[in-house]
Design a protein around this ligand. Sequence first.
Ligand code: ADP
Length: 252
Amino acid sequence: MVIIEAKGLTKDYGNLRAVDHVDFQIKKGECFGFLGPNGAGKTTIMRMFYSLVVPTGGYIKIFGMDLNRHASYIKSRLGILPQDNNLDLELTTLKNLIVYARYFGISSSKSKRKAEELLEYVGLTEKAHVNIRNLSGGMQRALLLARALINDPEILILDEPTTGLDPHSRLNVWNKLNELKEKNTTLILTTHYMEEAERLCDRVAIMDRGKIVAIDTPENLMGIYGGNLEDVYLKLTGKKLKEENNVENNKS
Ligand code: ADP
């Protein structure tokens, strides 16, 4: 079943066309990845999903509804892990979740229970009452994932979920995302890590300069273009992945 459909999706910033007549469909329970070099338009599309960016042209339908017309209802069924860490630095780990739950109209007794459950799920129970300034980068990312799950979303939007994480924290996030997939949650992510895309994504869209240049399963793309996903990426975009994207070189 198609859960998201985009047609002719376009976004102009002045003279710059960030997203250029893009079409795609995402199925329920699928993990769909957007890959591509910096500036390809991936984040702009992710921001369109949660109505932070309004398309200049085309449309997105989610759950069969036009996103423009039903934005607040659709948003109530989405979970969002943004690229930037926008946690509240003044609050504790637990409080960050409880305050966020209010946006979804979750009652305070229920939100505390749910928040504690989610901290357990991402392994942060011991840090519940710690100010988040005292969490490591990996822990903050885990908290962002917990926060994105507060409303039991059917679709989870993840903009570079593991960028900057050490290999251990990255593996933890991958395990959580695989568990969510098993529960039939639809995952949409952007990533610079081809290993991440290969491990998690059922299908990927490779973007370059605002357009989708290929859309298929990683296996099919590797079959068609040869080599691994990184070779496919290089062939289609003409751009090498940067050194800093190398998993081993990252520090949390
Ligand atoms: P990616 O996520 O693939 O790196 P983005 O979607 O962030 O790409 O950006 C696509 C293009 O749109 C880039 O050229 C970027 O500079 C431009 N862009 C993104 N956001 C804005 C904005 N708010 N105002 C102007 N230009 C923007």
